[in-house]
Design a protein around this ligand. Structure first.
Ligand SMILES: [Zn+2]
Length: 178
């Protein structure tokens, strides 16, 4: 099961570890037929995940990593949800999207069978702004992903207007935007 476009963030290593050590063995009887499924973390918008049945492709919204407490639960439930669509299609062909065949597959894979309303993603997500105080007195706000990348030294950010580099130690706390 190739996993591509994994978003860069400090949670990624533990997520990858968790993914291979917990999720796969849990569903290992059925993992065999899932090995051709590709997972990409490139879905944008308010949907948590999307399964392309004929392409054996699952696309996951990387915003799930921003879930405050239940990131792994949300991630595994979404992946299992979408895997169940692929499995259901492989076993039964085109049937009702969240019908009894799909439920059977989701249960076999260890999923919750909850059908997430797409808006749940925006509701559950807490948007944070991370403030950086520049030496000239201005305050720059970074998103959670950019903040993490900067703190882990993965990238260098500059203020567009002044060209000044935002240093990691300029960080001065965050606030919730929800
Ligand atoms: Zn679905």
């Amino acid at each position: 099961m190739p996993v591509t476009n994994f978003p860069e963030s400090p949670d990624i290593e533990s997520a990858t570890h968790w993914f291979y050590s917990s999720l796969l063995p849990q569903s290992h009887k059925h993992a065999q037929q899932m090995l051709d499924v590709e997972i990409r973390f490139d879905l944008t918008g308010i949907k948590a995940g999307l399964a392309h049945l004929d392409k054996q492709l699952i696309r996951i919204n990387p915003q799930l990593f921003d879930f405050p407490d239940n990131c792994f639960y949300a991630l595994s439930d979404t992946i299992i949800h979408e895997l169940a669509h692929i499995m259901c299609y492989a076993l039964y062909g085109r049937v009702k999207p969240h019908g009894k065949e799909w439920k059977k597959c989701a249960l076999l894979l260890g999923g919750s069978c909850e059908v997430r309303h797409s808006l749940a993603l925006t509701k559950a997500r807490k948007t944070r702004a991370f403030s950086y105080h520049m030496p000239d007195g201005s305050i720059i706000q970074l998103s959670s992903l950019r903040h993490k990348r900067l703190q882990y030294g993965k990238v260098k950010y500059h203020v567009r207007a002044t060209g000044k580099r935002i240093q990691a130690h300029y960080y001065n706390g965050h606030n919730e935007l929800t």
